[in-house]
Structures are given as structure tokens and as C-alpha cells.
Design a protein around this ligand. Sequence first.
Ligand SMILES: Nc1ncnc2c1ncn2[C@@H]1O[C@H](COP(=O)(O)OP(=O)(O)OP(=O)(O)O)[C@@H](O)[C@H]1O
Ligand SMILES: [Mg+2]
Length: 588
Amino acid sequence: MTDRPASMAPLAIYRRLLRYSLAHWRLFLVAVVGMVLFAVSETAFAWLMKPLLDGSFVERDPTIIRWMPPLVLGLFLLRGAAAFVSDYYMADVGQRVIKTIRTELFDHFLRLPSSFYDRNASGQLLSSLTFNVDQVANAATQAVTVMIRDSIKVVGFMALMFYLNAKLAVFAVLVSPLIAVLIRWISGRFRRISTRIQHSMGELTGASEEMIKGQRLAKVFGAQDHESQRFDRVNERNRQLLMKRALTQAASNPVIQIIAAIPMAGIVYVATNDSISGAMTPGAFAAFLGAMVGLLNPLKQLTTVNATLQRGIAAAASIFALLGVDAEPDSGQQPLGRAKGAVCFERVRFAYDPAKGEVLKGIDLAIEPGQTIALVGRSGSGKTSLVNLLPRFYESQAGRILVDGVDIRDYRLADLRRQIAVVGQEVVLFNDSVAANIAYGEDPAQVIERVEAAARAAHAWEFIEKLPQGLWTPVGQQGVLLSGGQRQRLAIARALFKDAPILILDEATSALDTEAERHIQAAFETLMQDRTTLVIAHRLSTVTRADSIVVMQDGQIVEQGSHARLLANNGPYAELYRLQFREMEATG
Ligand SMILES: Nc1ncnc2c1ncn2[C@@H]1O[C@H](COP(=O)(O)OP(=O)(O)OP(=O)(O)O)[C@@H](O)[C@H]1O
Ligand SMILES: [Mg+2]
């Protein structure tokens, strides 16, 4: 059969899920005991109707009259305690599984290659981490509870019915599938609406999220009305769906009860029929009816358990698929303490997507320890792509890159990356204190002197000093509480703090005022001292001070040399210089 692998998969998923839960088997066992006791106490309560009515009211047996009230109380106590134990411990298992899967997924995200993040929307990844994981655990715990508790209930109530009156029980068993089918039909409708609601909820958050992020854009483009109308449409659709659900919800119980009344009336009719009624006491009949009513809910639960399970398995499938994505390759064995900083690209070719053509077409470039290389070139010529290969954010398809004469793939990934500090075009800051952002990855309190030294060297101290809590001032989400130039100086301080022998620098293109510019320029100079530096240069001052300028065009190095020599060449660099750097010369 061709569909075999597909039909095997859910089973494998189910087994894997089970493994997560079985890690907490002790808690699970306690919950199961609770479920069993709960089901037994419910059955026992239905049975109690018989001695209660027959013994207390018909025969007026003094022992039964005395013992009945404490028995009722005891049964309810047992039932309550059992319900608590099963719900609480099942939730405990569920939450532990949620936490384990989340940790596993988060840690896996940390090791996935950059190309994975290029292909997958961050929103989707976030929702698997939050929503899908919840779905899995909830569906699984719910399904397990139903399967154990409700099947015992069904067995218990059935046994009671057969014990009380076998003929009547046969009749009841014959009509119960009919009820089950009807109940299933109603719940099915309910579920379809639920999925649409989930989708519409997604649209609702999507629309509001975009507005909140793009609020300035909406304001300056006068698009408030547009956003408002867009939101209104989604909002209205959501309301309609929720009302549909409310309608089904409100109608479903009465409808189910009315449907159940039909066989119930049939039972009453049959039971009062001469041939059978003689055999049944009023208490037995009441107990029988009680068991029948009691059957209704577990039957309903059991008919829908498969859908619950399917929902969980679908969510689990997407999580396990993510966990199955290969992590970054890290098979190098060579340890590396501190590199001297010689970097060499040899015939390096690279494509993000081989189908879409190469972005780097044979790069040869040698950099001596401590040298500064300025990369210049038009937008899209491959400068960022080139420097991204060095920390192995992406893997080249051909050629090799050497650090201190050894192929970077032979180093342990963590060792290689420890040699490299990156200051990007867009500064990434975490919602934490200034100090924690500088000493990223370390406990800032332990290294506060080094943090301060780095901040001073990065010319960031003058503004940090004036902040209300100094180094301990929170920078806000993405550093919104700081200016662009301040953020950049923090990034430089972070790179200085790391004190790596190789530095990758993507200069900001946005122009700053001369005062900020002067500070940042000075900070950059401190940073580049005694380090091998690859700088993607947008400033003339950086270009002129570099040991060598590399001009890139369409994925190739077309020229290399000093500023003066390249100008004299009157080639691509001279042209670029006229386009890009000359006006800076006038102002700077
Ligand atoms: N993550 C990516 N996935 C696919 N293609 C990419 C990716 N990043 C860049 N590219 C493509 O690779 C080419 C080189 O881009 P790259 O970012 O290296 O240029 P650049 O020289 O840094 O340009 P700029 O000066 O504008 O930053 C471009 O054609 C770009 O479309
Ligand atoms: Mg770039």
C-alpha cells in the first residue's frame, strides 16, 4: 500500500508523545487511580438509588435509613477527592510535558542554521512554540483522561444495567449507538466552527499586531481609516463566528437531552410493560434510569475523543517536524584557543539557493593578522554574504575559508565563533540593562569593571553616565529608549567586551550628525586596533584608513588596493568613489 508510511506516522508520533508522558509515570499513575475512583464512585452512586428507594422508602429498613446519609456523603467525598486528584495530577503531567517540549524546541531553534530562518516566518515559529505545544499537551491529557475515566464509566454503568435487568439493558444497548451517532453529528458541527474561530482569531491578532508595529507608518501615511476598516471587517467576522458557536453551544445540550428522552421514554414504556415490570422494584428502576442518564456523557466524550486526539497529533506532527530539522553542521574536532587572525578565502563560491544562481562567484582574498580590509561595492554585490560565511552563518558550496591556515569547517563551531565579533548594520539589543547588553552572555555584575572599560573605549560612557540608573538602565525593547547613535556605540562596546581577534563590521548607512559621527568613528578606531577587521564601508574615512580596499561587483572581487592606487586606476572604485563617497568628503 502506498499510504503506509503516512499511516505509520501518527502511530510513531503517538509513541513519541507517550514517551514524554511516561517520564512522569508516577504522577500519571496517581492521576489514573483518581480517574478509576471517580468512575467507580459515579457508578456506585447510580447503584445507591436502589437501596435508597427500596430500603428507605418502601421497606423502611432502619439500618439502611441510618446508613444512607453518611453513605451519600462518603460517596460524594470520594468522588470529589478523586476528581481533584485526577485533574490536578493530569494537569501536572501535561504542564511538565509542555515545559519539556518547549525547552527542547527553544534549544533546537538556537542551533538551527540561518537559512532555516530565511525560509520560515517568525510568527509561525513563535506560534509553534506557544500555541501548538499547548494544543499537543491539552489534547493528549484530555484524550487520556477520557479514554480511561469514561471507558470505565461506560463499563460500570452497563454492568449495573445488566445486573438490574438484563432484558431492559439489551434494549438500552441497542438504542445507544443511535444516540451516539446523533451526539457525534452535533459535536462535529461544533468542531468545524471552532477551527474557523481559531483562524479568525489569528487574523484578529495579525491585523492588530501589524497596526501596533506600524503605528508610525499608519499615522504618517494617514492610513488610520484604512487600518480601522480592515480591523473592523476581521472583528465583525470574528463576532459572527463566535455567535454561531454560542448558538451551537446553547442549543447542543438541550438538543442532546431531547434526543436522549426518546429512548428514555421507550425504556419507561418497556419497563412498565407487564412481563418485565413485575421483576423490577421502584429502586431498581430508578437506578437503571440513573445509569442510563449517566452513560450519556461518557458516550459523548468517547465519540469525540478521536477528534481531540487527531487535533493533538496534527499539532505534534508540526512540532516534531521542526525538531527534525537538521541543526547547524558542527563536525570539526580542532580546538582553537585564541586565533592570530589570519583569514583566507580560496575560490569560494556560494548560493543561497542553487536554483537562483550564485551570489559569490569565486572569491580569493587573503588577510594578514591585524589588517583592516574595507569591502566596498554596489548594493547587492555580495558584501554581506561574503562576511556571513566567516562565522559559518551559511556554508559555501565550493572553495574553502581558512582561519590561521585551517579550514573553518575543521574547528569546533563554538571555538570558531569565539574568535569573531560582529557589529551589524542594524543593532540588536535585548530588553535588559545597558550592562547586560554589553556583557551579553555573561553575568554583568561579575564583570562590571570590564563592562565599564568597554563602554568608555566605545565612547558610550558619556551618555551612559547621564542615564538615570547608569549601566543598570533598561534599554527597552529593541533598545527603543536609546538613539540610533547610542545603540550603535553599545554594539561597539559589546564587540570590545568580547575582545575577539577577528572583527566584522557592517557600517550603518544612515547619516548621523557630526558630533555622533565623530564619537562613533573614534569608537570604531579603538575597536579595529590589533584586530583583523573586515569592514563593509560606507564612510570615506574608513575606506581611506583601511590597509586594503576590496571592490566587489556582482559576486566577484574586481579590484583591490589602496585608496590612492585604486583612484589612479580609474576603474570601478573610482566610479564608486565619485557616486558614493565624494559628497562625504565635502561634508566630513
Ligand atoms: N538571506 C538571503 N536569501 C536569499 N538571497 C539573499 C539573502 N541575502 C541576500 N541575498 C541575495 O544575495 C545577493 C547579495 O546580497 P548581499 O546582502 O550580500 O549584498 P550587499 O553587497 O551586502 O548589499 P548592501 O550593500 O545593499 O547591503 C543579493 O542579490 C540578495 O538578493
Ligand atoms: Mg549588506
